[in-house]
Design a protein around this ligand. Structure first.
Ligand code: CMP
Length: 139
């Protein structure tokens, strides 16, 4: 219920970035089922971040708090010793721990300098819940 008091912050971004984030959300298995308004609000609220090559973006087993969209560069996904895949620009990652309220399922490492967009758990959950509340109040 506290989520109703969270203030969502918009971060300005270029039209190219908005489109990249929007397409990434629509390609993601879970995100694509959200309502149009929720997707637009996530696009508005994502903030920019950059990391250098070699940085660990996500550590398997940690508590997760951010969902990311990759805008520039390349990251690698590993689980234990095993390489799972690489991720290119225009993809969502880090969504599983937030959606399923579990710890990070894999490690994500920057293979190049990277530019990311991120939204935190609280912002994400607020967007999920507010739309629910608005819907509910229409009945
Ligand atoms: P999360 O578990 O929050 O943090 C690690 C992320 O790696 C995970 O969300 C997914 O976005 C991504 N990930 C995990 N397993 C795979 C996989 N098999 N293939 C591609 N991406 C994965």
């Amino acid at each position: 219920a506290q989520l109703a008091h969270v203030t969502l912050t918009n971060y300005s971004k270029s039209e190219e970035s908005r489109e990249l984030i929007h397409r990434a959300l629509l390609e993601n298995e879970f995100m694509k089922h959200l309502e149009q308004g929720q997707i637009q609000t996530i696009v508005d609220c994502m903030h920019p971040t950059r990391l250098a090559r070699g940085c660990c973006v996500i550590q398997e087993g940690d508590d997760g708090s951010l969902v990311y969209v990759l805008e520039e560069g390349k990251v690698e996904v590993t689980k234990g010793e095993q390489k799972l895949c690489t991720i290119d620009p225009g993809k969502v990652f880090g969504e599983l721990a937030i959606l399923y309220n579990c710890t990070r399922t894999a490690t994500v490492t920057a293979l190049t300098d990277i530019k990311l967009w991120a939204i935190d758990r609280q912002g994400f959950q607020t967007i999920m819940m507010r739309t629910g509340l608005i819907k509910h109040s229409q009945y």
